[in-house]
Design a protein around this ligand. Structure first.
Ligand SMILES: C[S@@+](CC[C@H](N)C(=O)[O-])C[C@H]1O[C@@H](n2cnc3c(N)ncnc32)[C@H](O)[C@@H]1O
Length: 432
């Protein structure tokens, strides 16, 4: 979609073209134009129109390239990460001291009043706010008075959004800082105990640390919720509509085993759209109550059932020969050797009609044409998996090699990606 060659002028032309398409779409649908004003919507460009979403991505892509060319190589390197790190520190401080909640949604507040309410030194508070304002979070509407923008309002109106900042600052940043040490200390390790995270957090694995620090567990859960509620991750509805689930009921008995399914929110979303399917959500016993409450709330009692099950062990009789073994965001948390330990019991339980469906990222090959902004996010998730778990995102070739190493007959039979899905793909695997 991009201009060739990507010169300043060609990119600027692309930007005008894409911006015009989006502006006209919003106008013709009576939707507000994107703006920094605090009453502007949090998702101004609708996600459900595939062509519009592609234009939005192309616009982001062109602006990223234009900005890189305008700043140039030397300045980019000299300032690398400098402002981003300071933004993260300032934003974490502002969220920690509940500054977004203490600014009225539609009016400015004086720095004096904000300092009294939050008990943060007025001068330090002003410095954090002025840093954040250079990134469109908050605006100094007149000297010494701060108001919300649409950006900062996301933090004021949804407590969960603050955990996106908290996670990056409090868990990812210290872990990322230990990556070099981890690579030197544990060369080639695939052990979840030998990670950058463990080096940063007193030798604990990610989940052991969470168990000992329930506050981190709660915040992490809220972060995942917030992260999954926008453009970045596929919604449960995308998954429910992205795959021909109606075929599952035709062969086998319509049973979907949601392996490591959490409280079963994906099973519920698929179950609401596909009445012929039954679901067995497998996870740790402590999620049973919440899972059963979710099924009850959605009128799916009897069709969405919970079963405590450790996915490293053999499947019990009632979960054998299921139509589907579904694993969403499970295998990317584990290295290949652990993935084999998860997949082997599933292969052992599969009947002739069974399939495994994996919902995870498929990393692009070199020069695949995937927009750089998208690829950047996928690669960032890959490095996050490395730092936190010694795990990884995988390319199609790496997925294929993993399945082959479990069983020669395990073959990828379909990959559903864009435009039906966003970041993740649905990878269908069968014994052939
Ligand atoms: C990243 S979450 C994904 C949850 C769900 N599939 C989703 O897409 O929202 C990983 C899940 O795996 C579960 N899990 C971790 N180890 C497990 C094990 N040994 N057996 C069963 N579930 C496990 C966790 O409790 C958690 O719910």
């Amino acid at each position: 979609m991009g201009s060739n060659p990507p010169t300043l002028v060609n990119l600027a032309h692309d930007i005008v073209k894409h911006a015009t398409t989006i502006t006209n779409y919003l106008q013709s649908h009576n939707l507000p134009q994107p703006s920094f004003a605090s009453n502007s919507p949090a998702h101004p460009i609708p996600e459900n129109d595939e062509k519009l979403s592609a234009t939005r991505l192309a616009l982001i892509e062109a602006t990223k390239a234009l900005q890189a060319l305008a700043i140039g190589p030397s300045e980019t390197t000299r300032l690398f990460g400098f402002t981003e790190l300071c933004h993260l520190a300032a934003m974490q401080a502002l969220c920690h001291f509940n500054v977004p909640q203490n600014i009225p949604l539609d009016n400015p507040v004086s720095l004096d009043e904000l300092s009294t309410k939050t008990k943060v030194d007025k001068h330090v508070l002003g410095r954090f706010l002025r840093m954040a304002a250079t990134n469109y979070y908050f605006v100094e509407s007149k000297p010494g008075y701060f108001a919300h923008t649409a950006w900062s309002k996301t933090l004021a109106t949804d407590e969960k959004m603050k955990q996106c900042i908290w996670f990056r600052h409090t868990e990812l940043l210290p872990s990322a800082g230990k990556l070099v040490e981890a690579v030197e200390e544990y060369p080639g390790s695939d052990d979840p105990k030998e990670t950058a995270f463990a080096l940063a957090f007193s030798g604990e694995t990610f989940f052991d640390y969470k168990e000992k620090n329930p506050d981190h567990m709660v915040r992490f859960g809220q972060f995942v919720d917030a992260f999954a509620s926008g453009y970045v991750v596929d919604s449960p509805e995308n998954i429910a509509r992205g795959y021909p689930w109606e075929d599952v009921g035709r062969s086998g008995d319509g049973l979907v085993v949601d392996v490591g399914g959490g409280i079963g929110h994906i099973s519920v979303a698929i179950g609401k759209e596909h009445g012929q399917l039954r679901f067995l959500v497998q996870d740790f016993e402590d999620l049973r109550k919440e899972s059963e409450a979710l099924a009850l709330k959605n009128g799916l009692v009897g069709r969405v059932n919970f079963m405590a099950h450790d996915f490293f062990t053999e499947q019990p009789e009632e979960a054998r020969r299921a139509g589907v073994y579904f694993l969403r965001n499970i295998l990317h948390n584990w290295s290949d050797s652990y993935c084999r330990k998860i997949l082997k019991p599933l292969v052992g339980a599969m009947g002739k009609e069974s399939r495994i469906i994996i919902c995870d990222i498929v990393l692009p090959e070199a020069n695949s044409g995937m927009p750089k902004t998208q690829e950047e996010r996928a690669r960032a998730l890959d490095l996050t998996m490395l730092a936190m778990f010694n795990a990884r995102e995988r390319s199609l070739e790496e997925w294929q090699a993993l399945f082959r190493s479990v069983d020669d007959k395990l073959k990828i039979t379909a990959v559903i990606g864009r435009p039906k899905m966003r970041m993740d793909c649905l990878i269908e695997v069968r014994l052939m």
